[in-house]
Design a binder for this molecule. Structure first.
Ligand SMILES: [Zn+2]
Length: 765
């Protein structure tokens, strides 16, 4: 919670980009997050009352001279003197290299984490030098927490670890409870997550943690989550948040806002206070007496002796739990409260420091030597924006940048190898990054062989990690329809699940004409609730791409061109405001990494089947609709690639609100065949396949009429085919024979039922 003060100071030296010195950043969101869970689960209030009762019982009489397990003397090696707590630091990242001077980035190096843990321990052992600056009235109340944090050396599976996990996730940008999907059992480890940014749902806080009464009911969210930018040298953010984990409230109470009204934290030697919002060490804050004048407490011990303790009449603005950014101390009363939390089974705190647990987690063992874990990112040179930098799709002849992100050991050598099955490209001994150009098309495996400084090599292969498209665009003069069928060139439609989760583009067996099509898996198969969260976190924030083959749109022979596809999709949630899925279609020309938006399709454009509670799949041709998008002249080039970027949505519990989305028969044509089939009334009409080279069928769904008439006319208005049919079981199907539509070009299909008329375009090529 020291953070903003430090950031403001750092800005003076131009170390921190202005975007980071957000004035609205709150030091800590512990109170609002507690309130959120209390609203969901009022039982938290009962647990809070019970734990307060236990604390009052435990502190019948405060002996201010002994507010710790033992006192006096050098107790460094006395295990009874310390509360040793195993911790695990989860680095939730997106390969943003961490700058150890500006604290910007998210891939925090091990050494920096070790240093941070040492800093936190200094505070918990009352060894921070700035306690000398505590004002006189509070000097005698400075408490020594006698807490030592240890990075675990044994993970929950019994494997050696450095007590640090690294997981790539988009959730590093929308941090909150959902980013905590990789927690270790909280009874054995105190979990600490570092992320890049908080989500707006947490008021852009720098960090937060749950006190035990709240944490008791949400074990998977227990622990501290903080911005990686607040792991800076000497920051007391983590001691503040761990104070919450050990049942400390803000001094103004946890149902209050700082600076608003006098409040109390149920700790006697932190006088009542309004609290101070990011004031720094000003006299007005440090000597603030507005809530504490004539503050004293009367205690009765078990023998009936009465004692009056006259506490300071100024508030303890230098307390670690205040927001002043002038924080230097816990009080002895706070220490006692933390120790009582550590001796309580509420949220399993009494197990953490148990000697058996310390052995099981290897908390007091030295950090082991581990083999290096290979890892890399591939980006576009010169780009840094999350949304544009991904280089897994690499145009032939254009540079992409590989960066080594191997960890777990001091890396001494990295050898790289790329192969598409026929060509092998190698790059020896690059430990940082390099630009690489690929000319031959195909899917490339990436192989890294990483040598650590003393524990040996590790080799890892990422199959099909990147794709290089063909160097020339597909000639469309003979027609091109992508059906995603077996034996087609569908492998040249590259799909990337960047974050390796359940939400992704994939092949499907529910195609409109043949069996195959492509789908975005947006249905959450996990059983979810507020107390059973998704184990991979909310899909909100994820992005997944599908790239088309490069096409030569000039071969269509006209000044107009359309991208056409069939689609079928449903939502899972019936709450329209929760449904936020989007499909953004962009294009690139001339092998440029600049993508221009063609269309951004929202729920009204992609979900034509309403709400479906199970995993949606189209069953009938009539479940499909066609969409045609006119391409701007700038897109009609000899080398145009389309990118379909899907962003799934979710509700506040992290459950996906969309359902599966299907796409099929993607084609390029000089005519718009995608008339939006939206009419009032009860009839729906489709023409498939469309475009066609042979027969076409008219599918009519009509709830209100029993007969339909069909008339097919060519572009001159001449009727080339007509028919009258019965609509049985609400559906009719009429075949337009190839012989009636043998001339290439566009036809109009008119369907009349009752007093409704629907018109569709049909393209023959
Ligand atoms: Zn706080």
């Amino acid at each position: 919670m020291i953070k903003r003060y430090l950031l403001v100071a750092a800005t003076t030296f131009s170390l921190v980009p202005t975007s980071h010195a957000q004035s609205q950043v709150k030091p800590c969101a512990a109170d609002e997050m507690r309130q959120k869970w209390v609203e969901k689960n009022p039982k938290i209030l009962e647990i809070e009352q019970e734990i307060e009762r236990q604390i009052k019982e435990g502190i019948k009489h405060i002996n201010l001279s002994t507010a710790s397990k033992k006192t006096a003397g050098d107790q460094t090696n006395n295990p009874d003197f310390w509360y040793d707590i195993p911790i695990v630091v989860h680095v939730v990242h997106d390969y943003n290299t961490y700058n150890t001077s500006t604290f910007i980035g998210d891939f925090v190096p091990d050494d920096f984490i070790y240093k941070a843990v040492r800093d936190w321990n200094i505070v918990f052992a009352k060894e921070n030098a700035d306690t000398a600056d505590v004002i006189e009235p509070f000097k005698k109340y400075i408490g020594n927490a006698h807490i030592r944090l240890h990075l675990a050396t044994v993970d929950p599976n019994g494997n050696p670890t450095k007590g640090i996990t690294r997981r790539r996730s988009y959730l590093t940008y929308t941090g909150g409870d959902q980013a905590k999907f990789d927690g270790w059992p909280r009874s054995s480890y105190m979990n600490i997550w570092f992320i890049n940014r908080m989500s707006d749902g947490h008021s852009s806080a720098a960090a937060y943690a749950y006190q035990p009464p709240t944490a008791a009911g949400i074990p998977m969210y227990d622990g501290v989550i903080a911005l990686a930018s607040y792991m800076n040298n000497g920051s007391k953010t983590l001691p503040h948040e761990l104070g919450h984990c050990l049942n400390l409230a803000h001094p103004w109470g946890n149902t209050n806002q700082p600076g608003v009204a006098c409040g109390d934290d149920n700790v006697d030697d932190t006088p009542p206070t309004k609290g101070h919002n990011t004031t720094g060490c000003t006299a007005a804050s440090i000597y603030d007496s507005s809530c504490a004048t004539n503050y004293f407490k009367i205690y009765t011990d078990s023998l009936g002796h009465i004692e009056l303790v006259n506490y300071p009449d100024t508030t303890n603005a230098q307390n670690l739990m205040d927001y002043t950014y002038c924080d230097k101390m816990f009080t002895k009363g706070q220490v006692q409260r933390m120790h009582l939390a550590l001796n309580s089974d509420v949220a399993d705190r009494n197990i953490l420091w148990d000697s058996t647990n310390l052995v099981m987690t290897g908390a007091k063992a030295p950090i082991p030597d581990l083999k290096p874990t290979p890892d890399f990112s591939v980006t576009l040179p010169g780009t840094s924006s999350y949304l544009t930098r991904n280089g897994n799709f690499a145009f032939p002849g254009r540079n992409v940048k590989f960066t080594n992100y191997s960890y777990n050991d001091t890396i001494e050598n990295v050898d790289w190898e790329f192969t598409n099955g026929s060509t092998v490209v190698t790059k020896a001994s690059v430990e940082t990054n390099f630009d690489q150009t690929f000319t031959e098309s195909g899917w490339y495996d990436v192989k890294m062989t990483v040598t650590g400084n003393n524990s040996g090599d590790t080799t890892r292969v990422w199959p099909k990690a990147m794709y290089v498209p063909d160097a020339t665009g597909v000639d469309l003069s003979a027609g091109y329809i992508q059906e995603f069928a077996d034996g087609s060139d569908r492998d040249k439609w590259a799909m990337f699940n960047y974050y390796n989760n359940d939400f992704k583009w994939q092949l499907s067996d529910h195609g409109i004409w043949d069996n195959k099509c492509i789908m975005y898996n947006g249905f959450d198969n996990r059983v979810l609730s507020a107390f059973n969260p998704p184990y991979t976190g909310t899909p909100e924030g994820d992005i997944d791409d599908l790239f088309s083959v490069p096409v030569d749109l000039t071969t269509l022979g006209g000044s107009e061109a359309y991208l056409t596809f069939f689609y079928s999709g449903a939502t899972r949630s019936s709450n329209s405001t929760d449904v936020r899925d989007t499909l953004q279609i962009e294009y690139s020309i001339n092998k440029s990494n600049t993508w221009t938006t063609l269309a951004k399709l929202g729920k009204a454009d992609i979900f034509n089947k309403g709400t479906v509670n199970v995993a949606y799949a189209p069953a009938f041709m009539s479940d499909w609709e066609m969409k045609g998008i006119k391409l701007p002249a700038a897109a009609i080039t000899p080398y145009t690639v389309f990118r379909f970027r899907y962003r799934p949505g979710a509700n506040l519990f992290g459950t996906s609100t969309g359902n599966n989305f299907y796409m099929d028969r993607v084609s390029f044509s000089p005519w718009n065949v995608g008339v939006a089939p939206v009419e009032a009334g009860t009839v729906s009409v489709m023409v498939v396949p469309n475009p066609t080279q042979g027969d076409a069928s008219v599918i009519i769904n009509d709830l209100g009429n029993s007969e339909a008439s069909i008339a097919v006319s060519d572009i001159t208005g001449k009727v080339v085919y007509n028919a009258e049919v019965a609509v049985s079981s609400n559906q009719a199907r009429v075949v337009i024979p190839a012989s009636a539509i043998s001339a290439k070009g566009m036809y109009l299909v008119n369907v009349k039922t009752g007093n409704q008329v629907a018109t569709r375009k049909l393209v023959v090529y």
